[in-house]
Design a protein around this ligand. Structure first.
Ligand code: UDP
Length: 154
C-alpha cells in the first residue's frame, strides 16, 4: 500500500478565467482525495520565479512567468494515498494536445502554454513538500477527518 501524502495543486490563471475551479475541485473530491488547504491568490514575480526556478534557463521561462502572474490562481493542498502521482495521472501530460480525454488537460486544454493546472511532479523527490511550503504557512494546512475515509481505504 502506498503512503498517504500531501501534494500541491494549482488552477492556473486560464483555468480560473474559464470558470474551471469548481469542476477541478470536484474531480479530486470524487476521487476520494481530501483538501487540506486552499486559497485564491495572485502570484507575484518573485514567487513565480521561485516556483518555476528549474525552468529559468528555458526559452519559455519569461512567457511562463508572465502567464502565471497575469491573473489569480487557486492554490490547494490535497491529501491521500499516493496523492502526488494520482493527481498527476488525473492531470494528463504537460501538453494538453498529448493528454488523453478524461484527464483535466485532455478535457480542457489544447495548447502547451495554457494547460489549466499545475501539480507537483511525482518524479521529483520532495517537490510536493517544497511547493506546499512555498505557497502555504504551516498553520494554513488543516488536519481534519473526512467521514468517508473508512469507505475509501481498506
Ligand atoms: N511550458 C511551456 N512551454 C514548454 C514547456 C512548458 O509553456 O515548452 C509551461 C507549461 O505551462 C508547463 C510549465 O511550463 O505546465 C512547467 O513545465 P513542466 O515541464 O514542469 O510541466 P508540468 O509539470 O506542468 O506538467
Amino acid at each position: 500500500m502506498a503512503d498517504t501524502e500531501r501534494t500541491f495543486v494549482m488552477v492556473k490563471p486560464d483555468g480560473v478565467q474559464r470558470g474551471l475551479i469548481g469542476d477541478i475541485v470536484s474531480r479530486f473530491e470524487d476521487r476520494g482525495l481530501k483538501m487540506v488547504a486552499g486559497k485564491f491568490m495572485q502570484i507575484d514575480q518573485d514567487l513565480a520565479e521561485e516556483h518555476y526556478g528549474e525552468h529559468a534557463d528555458k526559452p519559455f521561462f519569461d512567457g511562463l512567468v508572465d502567464f502565471i502572474t497575469s491573473g489569480p490562481v487557486f492554490a490547494m493542498v490535497w491529501e491521500g494515498q499516493d496523492a502526488t502521482r494520482q493527481v498527476r495521472a488525473m492531470m494528463g501530460e504537460t501538453d494538453p494536445a498529448e493528454s488523453a480525454p478524461g484527464t483535466i488537460r485532455g478535457d480542457y486544454g489544447l495548447d502547451l502554454g495554457r494547460n489549466v493546472i499545475h501539480g507537483s511532479d511525482h518524479e521529483d523527490e520532495g517537490a510536493n513538500e517544497r511547493e506546499i511550503a512555498l505557497f502555504f504557512d504551516e498553520e494554513e494546512l488543516v488536519d481534519w477527518d473526512q467521514i468517508d475515509e473508512s469507505w475509501l481505504y481498506e
